[in-house]
Design a protein around this ligand. Structure first.
Ligand SMILES: Nc1ncnc2c1ncn2[C@@H]1O[C@H](COP(=O)(O)OP(=O)(O)O)[C@@H](O)[C@H]1O
Ligand SMILES: [Mg+2]
Length: 446
């Protein structure tokens, strides 16, 4: 081996030199790779850093937006609440004097009048009525908007209820060159639901048809289809009036929305009628749609109603006239309200005593047996609820029927009335029909 090493000394050097060069090349390559790696990881680090900064900026932005939104929401909620409260108070303040106007007009209408007086009274009743409608529309809308509207469940005769609405519009419609038809088909005598709200939808649609139709005809059609446990009621109001443009059709159901700005100038109105009607229809698991052809338009409503629980009670003038004579205590702190209710009850042939406060009512109720007490809810000092509780705790041989009179049509008021021991609830202004119904309920006829 030594011999070989000596002989091949030059070859060995050459091999060493090659190995050395290879190692140098490898070192070089490794260094280049390391540098590349370093550069790449630096780049990676930088873009990571950028991403991280972007993410935190984004997060800060989201936080800021969320804060802004929740502040805005809080403001909006507070504003809505303030608006609802304001509207409730305002409508109460307006309805109290309106109560007197409408109630006394009702009383006057039952007196002998000459032709001119009758005409004037008709205008007075109509105007007061539209004012009340307006106030009620605004109140209703804010009630629906804040989720406070609850529906009644009472038996009613749909053909008669809608028929009354149609007849109420007949003079106004036929005074123009317009005929008014009412078609009824396939209806049961009674259904169960909120007749007031059903009438309200019909009234809104008919008032529009009457308003926007100068000539031709208006057809109101009412039909029903039996359903599991109830009925689908279908009401359509078709007219030959100005019609509705396709592009505004859907928007008509938005609040305060009118076909175009000339409408308010020419026809008045607030643009709430259809918005309320749609929401009411939806509350009754129904729909409301509009179609418009060459001339005129058709509004179609479907409502889901329950089957009736009992036979209907009709309250008409004759029935009211045959009411048994009963004794009624009217409790109200307002002189005019008291006077209206008293006058109405006397016209209905009832014996009436009036009390101007809660304590007075308790005193009278303890001294004399009343069949019916009409109790105002809001009175200074002692309110109607407390007075009712006191009367309920009196050792009477027979407790009277106590009916709350209130200007607030809110459902929580109704609950509070029933909790306090009242039997029923009547919204002001007091109408002959409501009082008759309460008297009928007492006489066992209902
Ligand atoms: N029968 C109809 N014919 C033509 N346009 C109608 C009819 N009913 C409603 N409209 C349009 O829909 C709009 C909104 O109706 P509504 O909500 O009842 O408000 P208002 O009657 O106060 O204007 C009306 O202003 C009108 O442009
Ligand atoms: Mg309208």
């Amino acid at each position: 081996m030594l011999h070989v090493a000596e002989d091949d000394g030059g070859v060995e050097d050459e091999r060493l030199a090659r190995a050395y060069r290879r190692a140098a090349r490898e070192r070089e390559a490794r260094r280049a790779a390391e540098m590349l790696l370093e550069q790449k990881s630096l780049e990676l680090y930088q873009s990571n850093e950028q991403l991280r900064q972007q993410a935190s900026r984004l997060e800060a932005m989201v936080d800021a937006r969320t804060a802004e939104l929740s502040a805005a929401l809080e403001q909006a909620t507070a504003a809505t609440r303030a608006k609802s409260d304001f509207l409730a108070t305002m409508s109460h303040e307006i309805r109290t004097p309106l109560n007197a106007v409408i109630g006394l007009a009702d009383v006057l209408a039952m007196s002998p009048l000459n032709d001119e007086q009758e005409r004037h009274l008709a205008v007075l009743i109509r105007s007061a009525g539209s004012l009340l409608n307006l106030v009620n529309d605004i109140l209703d809308f804010s009630k629906i908007e804040s989720g406070h509207l609850e529906l009644e469940r009472r038996d009613f005769d749909p053909a008669a209820e809608i028929g009354n609405v149609v007849e109420a519009f007949r003079p106004q419609v036929e005074a123009k060159d317009v005929t008014l038809e009412y078609r009824v088909s396939g209806l049961p005598a009674v259904m169960r639901g909120d007749s007031l709200r059903v009438r309200q939808i019909a009234t809104n649609l008919l008032s529009n048809a009457a308003k926007f139709t100068a000539q031709g005809r208006i057809v109101v059609a009412l039909s029903a289809t039996a359903r599991e446990g109830g009925w689908e009621l279908r009401l359509t109001v078709s007219d030959t009036g100005v019609g509705v443009k396709a592009e505004v059709m859907e928007r008509l159901f938005e609040p305060f929305m009118q076909g175009d700005s000339s409408i308010t100038r020419n026809f008045g109105g607030t643009g709430l009628g259809l918005a309320i009607s749609r929401r009411l229809a939806e509350l009754m698991a129904g729909t409301i749609t509009v179609t418009s052809g060459e001339a005129g338009s058709t509004f179609a409503v479907t409502l889901s109603l329950e089957a009736a629980a009992a036979e209907p009670v009709r309250i008409d003038a004759q029935r009211a006239a045959t009411l048994p004579r009963m004794s009624v205590l009217v409790v109200d702190d307002h002189d005019t309200n008291r006077m209206v209710a008293q006058a109405l009850l006397r016209k209905l042939g009832q014996r009436v005593v009036a009390a101007a406060s809660g304590p007075e009512a308790i005193e009278f109720a303890g001294r004399e047996a009343f069949d019916l007490i009409l109790m105002d809810m809001q009175m200074p000092g002692m309110d109607g609820l407390t007075a009712t509780r006191e009367i309920r705790s009196l050792p009477l041989t027979r407790q009277p029927r106590i009916v709350a009179l209130t200007a607030n049509a809110f459902d929580r008021d109704r609950e509070r009335c029933l909790e306090a021991g009242m039997d029923a609830f009547v919204t002001k202004p007091v109408r002959a029909e409501d009082v008759s119904r309460e008297l009928l309920a007492l006489s066992g006829a209902a």
